[in-house]
Design a protein. Structure first.
Length: 280
């Protein structure tokens, strides 16, 4: 049907998880928004963005099941108590896979409501060249970043995207979210003993994305978005370092992701070689 995205997919039987035959391949963040199996050779290379907690990146899809609100009963219902709560639920944000482009009906979206999230100044986009062959990614995904901030505490997010090329149904292409997650920097060393960041210091941290099984087909791009918010799916960090839920203010942070030979930020993709796809 025109205007609908058929991403494909099929059921497959496996005997283990994660797959022993998968190989963790590193794709490195590089200058100018590149994502490549080859790391950058320069000792100094980084990207900085301005993260304002008052203007978070809106959630567009994902592994979500209960971000709903209750709407008023229809006027023709004389006794609202007879209407099940499920009939009044309205999703705050859509679940599953969606084009990463703002729309008027999205919670937190801003005019002109047609901008891709990747065009925001607080989102760093890293993507491969168009793939020459299919690449299957099946298993857990980990993003290793070397980061810095001028705030005592902040968050970093990572989102893996299957980027479709322009086509008849989507002349501007389609950025399909595959998996994402977030990490709060105060917990980089321990969940029990949070520690604030120091301005000027570079920290290594890891973001574990939800496992997936996705076939990035030839002509598509593998894309990784780095930011500091994904709201309302995840709580927004006020960047102040105050106790959680007790902040009295918020502050803008200048957040930096390094991608150099000294600080080789990368994503580890569990790749299954072509022709070795188990039994259907």
């Amino acid at each position: 049907k025109a205007g609908r995205l058929n991403h494909g997919g099929r059921w497959r039987e496996e005997r283990e998880w994660p797959l022993a035959r998968s190989t963790g391949v590193r794709y490195y963040l590089r200058p100018n928004g590149a994502l490549s199996p080859t790391p950058h050779k320069r000792s100094s290379s980084y990207s900085t963005f301005r993260f304002d907690p008052e203007e978070p990146v809106p959630t567009i899809g994902g592994n979500i099941s209960s971000l709903d609100s209750l709407v008023p009963p229809p006027a023709y219902i004389s006794d609202p108590s007879t209407l099940p709560a499920a009939a009044r639920r309205h999703p705050i944000t859509p679940n599953g896979g969606w084009d990463q482009r703002e729309r008027r009906d999205l919670f937190g979206a801003r005019p002109p409501y047609t901008s891709p999230l990747g065009a925001r100044k607080d989102v760093l986009v890293f993507q491969t060249s168009p793939l020459k062959q299919d690449i299957e990614v099946t298993g857990p995904i980990e993003v290793i970043l070397w980061v810095a901030s001028d705030a005592p505490d902040t968050d970093f997010t990572a989102k893996l995207i299957d980027l479709y090329p322009p086509n008849n149904d989507y002349p501007k292409g389609y950025a399909l979210n595959i998996s994402d997650s977030i990490f709060r920097m105060r917990y980089r060393d321990s969940w029990e003993h949070p520690k604030m960041m120091q301005q000027g210091e570079v920290y290594q941290m890891a973001i574990t994305l939800y496992p997936t099984s996705n076939l990035f087909v030839a002509g598509h791009r593998i894309r990784l978005d780095i930011s500091s918010s994904n709201f309302p799916r995840f709580d927004v960090n006020p960047n102040t370092g105050e106790p959680l839920g007790q902040n009295t203010r918020s502050q803008v942070a200048q957040n930096t992701t390094h991608h150099s030979s000294d600080y080789p930020s990368h994503v580890i993709l569990p790749i299954v070689v072509s022709g070795d796809h188990g039994s259907a």
